[in-house]
Design a protein around this ligand. Structure first.
Ligand SMILES: [Zn+2]
Length: 359
């Protein structure tokens, strides 16, 4: 055996050993304590893997956990980590599409079929085996274009004719604004419309703007009346009090005025006020606020965020913004487990089936 062959063999053994380490990290959720929302993020941020390498390793890990023979196949070179990842990815896509998990025997059979196959051959085999997910297996492409990398990206994806019809309908209905919009302009229109409705940061910005405009109007009115300095000053104090009342009332859900009274009393309810919610979203800049105390590393997660009591409400009885942080689902669960223990949380999760504890 040449030296190179020996090195390659060692490389494969090393890859498997790394997978076993990752398996332990995944099992004990150690990445959460380090301020990461998933093993994938941990691999990219801490281990400096590329996204593709991290994706392949986390996918392969799942296969090795379920089928120990796959580990030997990687060590001997019959299967690569990328191939295991492709198989796992197809199984995940099948589950998402059909809500049915691919069985262990079926997965073993698939692995036998892809032994020694190239990436393209593996993709072809998987596509024939799972015809229902052929479309899902075509990757969507997003790449920066032009010199100003951050300004523009090219996105390629397939859409069904139904969706194309909906976009044409949107184009017709908004023709008075823009008679000939591009697809990018239509998507921006939809995104703004949706975000205006659901983004807490946008809502907070709108409220701030309204308050500022109102204050300005009041000041201009006072000045135009030619009031004395003392009178203007008194009016400002009165307005400020009035505005703060308006601010609280206007953030409440108009369809549930009675509930809003409860929500604006942070000390008497586990639910924080709408104003607190918006303040926290703005403070957090729509990103998980969990920080690893040892490294100072803050979680990067921006999806599935929820408000969390830093000291559980059951203990603190405090729902003010000082005791509320925005965290991802994983860190919400992690924090609750730190406070109440894993046994209690397992029982709690089993009872609620909600995926996010409320303490
Ligand atoms: Zn997080």
């Amino acid at each position: 055996m040449t030296e190179l062959q020996i090195l390659v063999s060692q490389e494969r053994n090393l890859s498997v050993r790394i997978l076993l380490f990752l398996k332990e990290i995944e099992l004990r959720k150690l990445y959460l304590a380090r301020g990461h929302s998933s093993l994938f993020v941990f691999c990219v941020k801490e281990l400096k893997y590329s996204e593709a390498m991290a994706y392949h390793r986390t996918g392969a890990l799942k296969v090795i956990e379920e089928i120990p023979e796959a580990k030997q196949a990687v060590e001997t070179g019959e299967l690569s980590i990328a191939t295991l990842s492709l198989v796992q990815s197809a199984c995940n896509a099948k589950k998402r599409k059909t809500k049915v998990e691919v069985g262990l025997e079926e997965k073993k059979k698939l692995l036998d079929e892809v032994v020694g196959k190239s990436k393209k051959q593996t993709e072809k085999i998987l596509s024939e085996h799972f015809p229902e997910i052929r479309e899902a297996m075509k990757p969507e492409r997003v790449r920066p274009v032009g010199s100003s990398v951050e300004d523009e990206v090219e996105v390629r994806f397939n859409m069904k004719s139904d969706l194309n019809g909906k976009l044409k309908r949107l184009r017709d209905l908004t023709a008075h604004r823009n008679p000939c919009p591009t697809y990018a302009e239509l998507i921006e229109l939809m995104a703004d419309y949706m975000l205006d409705g659901i983004d807490p940061v946008r809502k907070a910005e709108r409220m701030e703007k309204k308050t500022r405009e109102k204050e300005l109007r009041k000041t201009q009115e006072s000045n135009s009346l030619g009031q004395s300095k003392d009178e203007v000053s008194a009016a400002k104090v009165g307005d400020a009090e009035q505005l703060s009342t308006v601010k609280v009332n206007s953030t409440a859900n108009p369809t549930s005025t009675q509930n809003s009274t409860l929500k604006t009393s942070p000390k008497s309810s586990r639910h924080c006020s709408v104003q607190t919610e918006r303040t926290v979203w703005v403070r957090a800049q729509s990103r998980c606020e969990h920080v690893d105390e040892k490294t100072g590393n803050r979680c990067d997660e921006t999806r599935r965020l929820q408000l969390d009591h830093v000291i559980p409400y059951a203990i603190s009885q405090d729902s003010s913004e000082k005791n509320i942080e925005l965290v991802c689902t994983q860190h919400n669960l992690y924090r609750a487990t730190q406070w109440f223990g894993s046994e209690f949380m397992k029982e709690k999760m089993g009872c609620t089936q909600s995926g996010s504890p409320e303490m």
